[in-house]
Design a binder for this molecule. Structure first.
Ligand code: PLP
Length: 407
């Protein structure tokens, strides 16, 4: 080959680099680099780490659910289901919700998805667009804001505060609404704060949204992990007659310790479900088939297993609240649900740096609050999805270590 025909290596290099840069859609920039990775990677290289960082149940999946999964496999249920979901599961969910909230849902009000994650992905990415504003709490579960921003939508944060047990003030939500507000994203019990919103909060927000034609997406994956017995869970399905502007999203992941089986759902008006169903066919097509059979067993089986798990989380919650109270430089509160507490550090402390040092020096892995917060980096998320002995051991390391911090 004559020299002139040979590619100039520097030029090739340049083109290659540009190609790599241009590979991704600019929307990918909306997905944050997860700070938690740094922690988990480091923890993986260490011995004797106690994880207070876990976002999924540590309790075992009830045996009858596992049996149903295996039975489905043995019965050859390894093909696709209908795109809306396994008919038996749609019926079981319909009956379950109708009984729980005294509603008249039909199967056409429900779409089965691959976890609540897919349900939230469908809901947000099918509706987020430039010029549309979505109201989200700060802190909030880390999925919402990136999914909104990826499609050009704008996130408007309404902060919640520890002094108020991270309760959401409906007046602040209403005050944040404007002509561009398209939707409000709710999550109760909340990840990362554990806050459970009372009926008055949900009703006030729903009423205003209905009046203004604003959508409400309610992430209810922790709907059974309500830890105070006197509390009647305020689902959007309990608090609203009309489903036209509501999507209620949930899954089996937390209630039945089935996070890895990946089955969730959206409940909404029939028209909304029809549109989401088309989109669902072009994303994951259907949820895992034997896992949907396991879901039928979960819903129709004895619910004592759920009550037993809630009791365990409640005992842990009560103990963790005491332990946080005894920890220097941490300010706690009593979370009403899920399995998280989100204590404050002194205002000037960077939670990421502190969490990393705490991991290195005590072997306790937490999640820095800035994974969930836009405005307050002086926080940590502690999960009590860990056995009581691990929680005791973790705090027996954290408390003396925190005492030595020169804040
Ligand atoms: C608030 C919240 N929503 C949704 C999810 C995802 O749930 P799933 O496993 O059903 O996708 C989680 C998981 O941690 C969560 O905490």
């Amino acid at each position: 080959m004559p020299d002139s025909a040979k590619p100039d290596p520097a030029a090739t290099q340049k083109v290659k680099y540009r190609k790599t840069k241009a590979r991704w859609h600019p929307a990918m920039q909306a997905i944050p680099v997860p700070g938690i990775r740094r922690m988990v990677n480091l923890a993986a290289t260490m011995k004797d780490v106690i994880h207070l960082s876990i976002g999924q149940p540590d309790l075992p999946t009830p045996q009858h659910i596992i049996d149903a999964y295996i039975d489905a496999l043995n019965a050859g249920q390894t093909g696709y289901t209908m795109d809306a979901g396994l008919p038996e599961l749609l019926v079981a969910l319909r009956d379950y919700y109708n009984k729980r909230y005294d509603r008249k849902l039909t199967r056409d009000n429900i779409l089965i998805t691959s976890g609540a994650t897919e349900a939230m992905y469908l809901a947000l990415s099918a509706t987020s667009a430039p010029g549309r504003q979505f109201i989200v709490t700060d802190p909030s579960f880390l999925l919402y804001a990136p999914l909104i921003r990826m499609n050009g939508g704008e996130v408007k944060y309404v902060p919640t505060h520890l002094e108020n047990n991270h309760q959401l003030d409906p007046d602040e939500v209403i005050a944040a609404m404007g002509p561009r507000t398209f939707a409000v994203v709710l999550n109760s019990p909340n990840n990362p704060t554990g806050a459970v919103y009372p009926r008055e909060t949900i009703e006030a927000i729903l009423e205003e949204c209905a009046y203004r034609g604003i959508q409400v997406y309610s992430d209810e994956v922790y709907d059974h992990l309500v830890l105070d017995e006197d509390e009647e869970y305020a689902s959007v399905l309990r608090c609203s007659v009309d489903l036209d502007n509501i999507m209620c999203i949930s899954s089996f992941s937390k209630t039945f310790s089935m996070a890895g089986l990946r089955v969730g759902w959206v409940i909404s008006s029939q028209a909304t479900i029809k549109s989401l169903r088309r989109y669902h066919m072009f994303t994951t097509s259907v949820a895992n088939t034997p896992a949907q059979y396991a879901g039928v067993a979960a819903l129709t089986g004895d619910q004592q297993c759920v009550r037993d798990m809630v009791k365990i989380y409640r005992e842990r919650r009560d103990r963790v609240v005491e332990l946080v109270e005894q920890t220097p430089h941490l300010t706690g509160y009593k979370p009403g649900g899920a399995f998280f507490i989100f204590p404050n550090l002194p205002r000037h402390v960077n939670g990421s740096d502190l969490a990393l040092r705490m991991l290195k020096e005590t072997g306790v892995c937490t999640v820095p609050g800035d994974a969930f917060c836009e405005h307050n980096a002086a926080t940590l998320r502690l999960s009590f999805s860990a056995p009581m002995e691990s929680l005791e051991e973790a705090f027996s390391r954290i408390i003396p270590w925190m005492k030595k911090q020169p804040f």
